[in-house]
Unconditional design. Structure first.
Length: 354
């Protein structure tokens, strides 16, 4: 092999990039100090851009297409090299391929709760998370401001900076929106698009476009959500009296099937007693018809009744035994004959032990 053939074999004549990673934003063509051949073929595929850098300075940028590298399609490189007699010799340059497709499903979220003054709940703490998408729209600016000389720049390397920008702008916009916390879910799309529009100029300063900003969830602290659940349940119940009656009716077949009829009867007696007490209190505070001087009311005084502690059934006033189950409702002192309650241990008249 002659010296010229060896030199020709060291020249680069095909420049291209096939991305099989899906996460690389910028990839430097591995020239390994080889020179690029005059008339070399450059293939830039859809979703790519090729950036030529000469001695640290960005020269030509190529959009998708097939190129034969000559002085006609490399004006900046030709100017930098000062080829007086045409582009006849090999040249040295760094070639960077920039991925210009959409990078979607990137994650963002608030590391700390966002303090917000809410019209319904007062001061609340909110957390939010979602996804976003970016795309390189100016490869030259992106190379200058972000990549530098990195030979393999991935989306993960810039994700931290982008996430900080997103959360900061989103927090500011959420505080100014004035939307109540309970109404945020109905405005996710509107808030997300407004945030994307507000943040777009800052992203473009890095040669990037924020193509998508999605809010998946904005949540309150767990303890606040529990309180809201309780308030919602109270709203669903509505009339407590009717709800209690409904629960009682639902419990009858269950109690009968489980053999707990006695316990259910006791519960029913308690409910009946509560209803009667409520009725008595209502009657006590109800206004009575006025009587003229010297007149007396003709309404008879109501005699208080009793309830059997055994079966819960109501018993007539002054009854000594329950008419339903026969349990003693009163006991008599063996010494003085004074009536006493069944649970009394001593006569309140003479002190005799019952």
């Amino acid at each position: 092999m002659g010296i010229w053939n060896f030199v020709k074999s060291e020249l680069i004549d095909v420049i291209e990039w096939l991305d099989d990673t899906g996460d690389v934003l910028v990839w430097r063509f591995p020239d390994q100090d080889h020179q690029i051949k005059n008339g070399a073929k450059l293939t830039v595929r859809e979703g790519q851009a090729a950036v030529f850098v000469n001695e640290g300075q960005i020269a030509d940028v190529f959009k998708p297409g097939l190129y034969s590298l000559t002085t006609q399609n490399m004006p900046v490189m030709t100017t930098l090299q000062s080829w007086k007699y045409g582009f006849e010799s090999p040249f040295k340059a760094e070639v960077y391929f920039v991925n210009t497709r959409n990078f979607l499903n990137r994650k963002w979220g608030t590391q700390n709760p966002v303090m917000m003054r809410d019209t319904d709940l007062g001061v609340v703490r909110l957390r939010a998370f979602g996804t976003y998408g970016i795309r390189v729209i100016d490869p030259g600016v992106f190379m200058k401001e972000v990549v530098g000389t990195d030979g393999c720049f991935t989306a993960d390397e810039i994700e931290g900076q982008l996430r900080s920008m997103l959360v900061s702008a989103f927090t500011h916009m959420l505080g100014e929106s004035g939307i109540a916390a309970l109404d945020l879910a109905a405005n996710y799309r509107t808030i997300g698009e407004k945030a994307r529009t507000d943040m777009e100029p800052e992203f473009q300063g890095y040669g990037i476009s924020l193509v998508l900003f999605v809010i998946e969830n904005i949540s309150l602290p767990p303890e606040v959500e529990k309180m809201l659940d309780v308030r919602s349940q109270m709203g669903i119940v509505g009339d407590m009296g009717r709800f209690t009656q409904f629960q009682t009716a639902q419990a009858i077949p269950e109690a009968a099937a489980s053999g707990g009829a006695g316990e259910f009867m006791g519960m029913g007696a308690g409910i009946a007693m509560g209803q009667q007490m409520a009725g008595a209190m209502t009657a006590a505070v109800a206004p009575q018809p006025a009587t003229q001087p010297g007149q007396t009311s003709s309404a008879p005084a109501a005699a208080p009744g009793k309830f059997c502690a055994e079966c819960g059934k109501p018993a007539p006033a002054n009854a000594k035994f329950c008419p339903e189950c026969g349990k003693a409702l009163q006991v008599t002192c063996p010494k003085c004959g004074k009536a006493a309650e069944p649970t009394a241990k001593f006569c309140e008249e003479c002190g005799t032990k019952l």
